[in-house]
Design a protein around this ligand. Structure first.
Ligand code: AMP
Ligand code: MN
Ligand code: MN
Ligand code: MN
Length: 283
């Protein structure tokens, strides 16, 4: 715990806390610098900032963007999450997010259609009800919860394993903005581009190395350090890549509230000597 958490979700995406509850919880944890990084949306920012005005905490604008990259040698495309932080001019990024949100809403319909053909259940209305009717906000977490509520699976994780993850019957790829364009639009908004959780995409070590190198070549600013719970060897691999490509580091818990109770707000990895935190660049 060092008072900085740059990766958190509210109920604007798949967190359980409202932006207001999230800020209050962060203050209680002694966090002084908090980024709200909902999936493809900055809609919670104003409420978070309004709440923060009463407390000794600084809110950093943020968003976790569903992006994609590919290896020219194999032509395969992979999903990747890029966190945008500290935007001074949100408009260029907002334009892209509006498209991302349309993609998200359309994908949710497709996923529900595939689920209907495997389970016989039409879940869409119940899924949309989880996001107060705003279909742009639907994530696979909401769909997983709906599957639990209908008794199709016992736990949300089983919904991913049986239906929603890559290779399963109701998997629909998120056709998001490309990596280079993502970094460019973040910079056009005068923000910083952070490669989120590079070791959590199920990539081989070779592909992780390739991704970090590509991200650095395309002008990315920082890499998120692996969580404390990840193996020491994983952390060492990322530390080496950060040094090699002269990248800054970011730290965040990826807090989702009650949906993922094992993740604690403010529980972030330790920064090693010589590593430069991206938050030191915030204005
Ligand atoms: P989406 O952006 O709609 O694809 O949803 C992605 C979110 O689903 C992630 O941010 C996680 O919160 C959750 N998620 C993704 N993969 C898994 C998984 N294998 N098990 C549990 N939750 C997952
Ligand atoms: Mn999530
Ligand atoms: Mn993510
Ligand atoms: Mn996240």
């Amino acid at each position: 715990m060092n008072g900085v958490d740059l990766h958190t979700h509210s109920n604007i995406s798949d967190g359980s806390h409202s932006p207001e509850m999230l800020v209050r919880a962060a203050v209680e944890k002694g966090i002084h610098t908090l980024a709200l990084t909902d999936h493809d949306s900055m809609d919670g920012l104003s409420l978070a900032e309004k709440t923060a005005a009463e407390f000794p905490i600084k809110i950093i604008s943020g968003v976790e963007i569903s992006s994609q990259w590919s290896r020219p040698s194999t032509k395969k495309t992979y999903g990747v999450h890029i966190i945008a932080l500290n935007m001074q001019d949100p408009e260029p990024l907002q334009q892209v997010l509006r498209q991302q949100q349309k993609t998200r809403a359309a994908r949710a319909i497709e996923i529900c259609q595939l689920l209907q053909s495997c389970t016989g259940l039409d879940l869409y209305a119940d899924v949309v009800a989880k996001v107060d009717g705003i279909a742009d906000r639907i994530t696979r977490t909401h769909i997983a919860q709906t599957l639990v509520e209908h008794g199709v699976v016992k736990r949300a994780q089983q919904a991913f394993d049986a239906y929603l993850k890559e290779g399963k019957k109701a998997y629909v790829k998120f056709e998001g903005i490309g990596l280079a364009e993502t970094i460019d639009v973040i910079h056009a908004s005068q923000g910083f581009a952070v490669l989120a959780h590079p070791t959590r995409y199920g990539l081989s070590a070779t592909n992780i190395r390739y991704l970090v190198e590509l991200f650095a070549q395309q002008g990315g600013d920082a890499v998120e350090l692996p969580q404390r719970a990840e193996p020491a060897g994983t952390r060492q691999m990322i530390d080496r890549m950060v040094t090699l490509h002269q990248l800054k580091v970011s730290i965040g818990s990826d807090f989702h509230g009650d949906h993922m109770p094992w993740i604690h707000l403010g529980n972030v990895p330790q920064v090693k000597e010589g590593q430069v935190g991206i938050w030191e660049s915030f204005v």
